[in-house]
Design a protein around this ligand. Structure first.
Ligand code: PMP
Length: 281
């Protein structure tokens, strides 16, 4: 398959320098964009978030975002990708290894490639399990940076327990999960952690909030505790391409009746409808 390297679409090959700051420091940003039926879903939203991450870390996106968008769509087309994701990352660039930003103008390094990936249909329909673990990340989780070690360790712990996700708690507050946002349902109200520096403001999360508003569901961006989570009627997680997965057990605790709940099912249905509409346009 082909990859995007800076502004060129070329054969996928090894191109990264050993002094790339993304490689050495995790000094870079990324996005993962879902492709459904050959169509990029919410691409503008992802590119907007990329620009925000770039600004927060003072990384210059090497060319215009319009051009980048064209190149990403071209890459999907050339690779013939139908179901999967685009992975895009921009590192601060290649420079002699010192922690501070390089002094001279160093060009950021942009790479993107496509990856086949199916939606987790079985988990979406039947629910999945999660574990709880401490949120040991820094205080700028709102920036989508390459530094993902706490997320990696969390996901590994979940995998060892045959769970799909590790849900993070910072003290008594549930923040999000290792690679997804978390929603709970209590009675007829949905709660999800507010979009501040403790979480990544997921593109799927935002779409689900919009959807709840359209469906006239009461959704509140408020913090909730570990015991709120474990005693919730329903829990679900959201992320690109994973979409919406009901969580039916967390560690040894069954959530609700241990099956996907009615709010989750309704939201998932509506979300699938949006994807279907946008990918058939
Ligand atoms: N939180 C974290 C920590 C993530 O890594 C992700 C997935 N990139 C999400 C939330 C979900 O974000 P999105 O819906 O934009 O994929």
């Amino acid at each position: 398959t082909k990859m995007l390297f800076n502004d060129s679409i070329m054969d996928r090959k090894k191109v990264i320098d050993i002094e790339d700051r993304g490689y050495q420091f995790g000094d870079g940003i990324y996005e993962v964009v879902g492709i459904y039926n050959g169509r990029a879903f919410l691409l503008d939203e992802h590119l907007e978030r990329l620009q925000r991450s770039a600004k927060e870390l003072k990384i210059n996106i090497p060319y215009s975002v319009n051009r980048l968008k064209e190149q990403l769509l071209e890459l999907v087309k050339i690779n013939g990708l139908k179901e999967g994701v685009i992975y895009l990352q921009i590192s601060r660039g290649v420079a002699e290894r010192w922690h501070q930003f390089p002094v001279e103008e160093v060009a950021p390094v942009l790479v993107a490639y496509t990856k086949e990936e199916e939606t987790l249909k079985e988990e979406e329909d039947n629910g999945a399990t999660a574990i709880l673990t401490q949120d040991i990340r820094w205080l700028r989780c709102d920036i989508k940076t390459l530094n993902l070690l706490p997320n990696v360790l969390g996901k590994q712990k979940a995998t060892e327990k045959q769970a799909v996700e590790a849900i993070f708690h910072r003290g008594d507050i549930i923040t999000e999960a290792s690679a997804s946002n978390v929603f709970i349902v209590k009675g007829s109200v949905l709660y999800t952690h507010p979009a501040n520096h403790f979480i990544l403001n997921g593109i799927t999360r935002r779409k689900v909030i919009d959807l709840c508003n359209e469906l006239d569901l009461d959704v509140r961006e408020e913090t909730y505790s570990v015991s709120d989570l474990l005693s919730a009627d329903e829990v679900f997680i959201t992320a690109t391409k994973l979409d919406i997965v009901p969580i039916i057990r967390i560690d040894e605790v069954l959530i609700g009746e241990g099956i996907p709940g009615k709010y989750t099912t309704r939201i998932l249905q509506a979300y699938r409808d949006i994807i279907r509409e946008t990918s058939n346009e």
